[in-house]
Design a protein. Structure first.
Length: 296
């Protein structure tokens, strides 16, 4: 039976470390500021914003949510972002994805100051990530949180076959970049990957990261014996409960380690968002975070 990776517990450790760093910054008169822009009423985004507000407050991060109805104009949102770019109290800006169809999400992402781009979606930051550039820049929080989880579980990636399923800007593509940086051999599968190809890739994958949004997509019988399975899916079932993209019961029989949904990747995303916010605040004030995130 697989080890269940306790994302909730690892996220708690990370949030405690964030609180220590935020308290350090506060002695220098700095309170990390996070602005979240939420447009419309996507249920997954609402869970995220609710959990984030609670976690930010506890960690000493000053979070504010700016809500717009789904019919808000693009220019209104762009003006708000430009205002936040200039606001010295704001270190981090996040625009919840998805945004309504009449709003150009690429333009939104490119309007956020790269030094306040807490999601790491600005092309400048994505370019740095893909080019393995040195120096500090923000990286998308879900894949970064997954790397923190894997490190906590002492899962060595060098030379391993890693399979990422789903190629979103939120998860799949930055995940690909981080895994190859950790010296895994990485394959990126997506909606055009034929199902028999996916089966072959799964049979050979030591680490599987699934971020598609389709309950039951991956069954235990498709996994390599002893695989590490990271489930990023958030699917709401008819009874209101949440489930991932992996059939947990059958996967647990085959995998060496697996993340649950809820209580796996989701809490890590939120803790990592706060981690990145504190890092951006330190950057803005030219402060080195000493021994920042050891022993998470
Ligand atoms: N710009 C942007 N950045 C994001 O990172 C982003 C986004 N937009 N849009 C929406 C998705 C979704 N997302 C979640 C993160 C954590 C939970 C989370 O806390 N999940 C709990 C659920 C707890 C519960 O409700 O039971 C868990 O998995 O345990 C959920 C959803 C971030 N996203
Ligand atoms: Mg996809």
């Amino acid at each position: 039976m697989a080890v269940i990776i306790d994302g909730k517990a690892i996220a708690k450790r990370l949030r405690d470390a964030v609180a220590v760093q935020a308290a350090n910054l506060e002695t220098k008169g700095i309170i990390p500021g996070l602005a979240v822009i939420l447009i419309g009423d996507d249920p997954a985004s609402e869970i995220y914003v609710r959990n984030k507000e609670r976690a930010a407050q506890k960690a000493g991060v000053n979070a504010q949510t700016i809500k717009y109805t789904a019919d808000v104009s693009e220019v209104t949102v762009l003006m708000k972002i430009k205002e936040l770019n200039l606001d010295p109290k704001i270190d981090a800006i996040l625009v919840q994805s998805p945004v309504p169809a009449h709003i150009n999400e690429e333009l939104i992402q490119e309007t956020i100051d790269p030094s306040k781009d807490v999601d790491g979606f600005h092309p400048e930051n994505i370019g740095r990530l893909y080019a393995n550039r040195s120096g500090y820049y923000p990286v998308a929080n879900t894949p970064r949180g997954i790397m923190t989880m894997l490190a906590h579980e002492q899962i060595d990636l060098a030379g391993k076959n890693a399979l990422v399923v789903g190629r979103s800007i939120l998860v799949g593509r930055p995940m690909f970049a981080l895994l190859q940086q950790a010296n895994a051999t990485v394959t990126l599968a997506h909606r055009y990957t034929p199902s028999d190809t996916l089966m072959h890739l799964l049979a050979d994958a030591d680490v599987v990261i699934v971020a598609v949004g389709q309950a039951g997509l991956i069954q235990g019988t498709s996994l390599k014996d002893g695989a590490v399975v990271i489930d990023v899916g958030i699917n709401r079932l008819a009874d209101g409960s949440l489930t991932g993209d992996v059939d947990f019961a059958s996967a647990q029989e085959v995998a060496a380690a697996i993340t649950p949904v809820p209580g796996g990747v989701g809490p890590m995303t939120i803790a990592t968002l706060l981690q990145t916010t504190v890092e951006l605040a330190a950057q803005h004030h030219q402060i080195e975070l000493e021994q920042a995130w050891q022993n998470i």
